[in-house]
Design a protein around this ligand. Sequence first.
Ligand SMILES: [Fe+2]
Length: 359
Amino acid sequence: MSEKRRILVVDDEPNLCNLFAELFSSHGYDCQIAASGEEAISLLEKFRPQVVLSDICMPGMDGLELTRRVLTASPDTCVVVMTGCADVDMAVQALRLGASDFLLKPFNFKTVLQSAHKAIAKKQLVSEAAEELIQLKHSLQKLLKDNESITSSTIESFCRTLDLRDPGTFAHSQRVSNYCSLLGRKMRVAGKDHCDIRTAALLHDIGKVVVPDRILLKPGPLTEEERMLMEKHVQAGYAILEGILGMEAVAQIILQHHEEYAGGGYPQGLKGEEICIGARIFAVADTYDAITSDRPYRKARSYAVARKEIRKYSGLQFDPKAVEAFLSIPAQEWAQAGRQSEKESVLPQSTVGGISITL
Ligand SMILES: [Fe+2]
């Protein structure tokens, strides 16, 4: 039997709270009420609601502060705020803080129920994606244990899982994998090292499955707090792959894929050759793809622009040797590598655990 849906209603008007409690209980919810933001926070850990439905204007802690504190303490909880027409600006602020929805007073109770259902369905999708990822990791480990090999479809499933949440990620990763291959060959990286860079490029942002949708899909700039959460994706990607036999180097490249040659990157602020060669190659390939691909806010820019930009950051963001190798490869070869990933799977031939496989 599925778990009962839990909702916490927060409002300083007792009559409204009781009305909501009746409404949600009659629709199969486990509903608790709180007369203030402070009371809601004290109930949060024990009750673990999937949805917090809160008024914005309340004495003491207002709905905005409550939204911020709920989402910090429990990022998977959905917050729906309620407001009168006069404080629509506050509702917008709540959405910016990560609230899932806002409802205008006076209420249509059907809308309130729909909003709660929708918030829970969305949360369910995210947790199913996370569960799927855990299952994928287990299947990877089982495949390695039982057969001492992994298959291309399993790696591809990892990539497609993230693509479901952040469309376009797989195509971007495929192109970057091809660019890493080209640059790696130029820098005489061969054998398993070469395959590991390509595999890491395919999986580099897999850790973004832990980043909430409100941040992952946010069109505008991130706040400091959101940026910190987003940056966690490198450690999450490492955690997903570490311990899988044969994937140690791939996990390491993923952990370091946002490090910068002069030391300004994250998560460790490594410098120069403290950063593994795979991550140094990846940094150039990823930037080349970022510049030469369409973005929601601008069109793709030319090879010449990418060349100028990558040269400008040689020794700062990028390893000068990787930049030199990049500059020595003709534009047509880069274009061909980009087109190739549109036509065919770029999953590389590799050796994991000493056994030859097709990734
Ligand atoms: Fe990343």
